[in-house]
Design a protein around this ligand. Sequence first.
Ligand SMILES: [Zn+2]
Ligand SMILES: [Zn+2]
Length: 84
Amino acid sequence: MKSNLSGMTLTSQKGNMEMSNDREPNNTVCKYCGSRSYGKSCPFGPEGLHVHTPDGHHCIYCGSTAVGYGCPHNPNRQRPTHEK
Ligand SMILES: [Zn+2]
Ligand SMILES: [Zn+2]
C-alpha cells in the first residue's frame, strides 16, 4: 500500500499581520537627562530612574512594548505596570 499524503504542506494565509511588532523603532529619550537608557542610572531623575516621554508604544520606565504587570523599573512596587 502506498499513500501519497506526504506532500501536504501547511500554508495558512492570514494576510499581513503586523499587530505585535517587537521591533518598533524606539526614539524616546529620558525626559530628565535626554539619554536613551532605561533603569536606575539617571543622574537627574527621581531615585535615579530614567523616565521617558510616553509615545504610546513603549513603556516609559523600561522601554518594553509589553503591557500589564511586570515592569522591572516602575517605582510603584504595588502595581509595577508598564506605563505608556
Ligand atoms: Zn535619565
Ligand atoms: Zn516597563
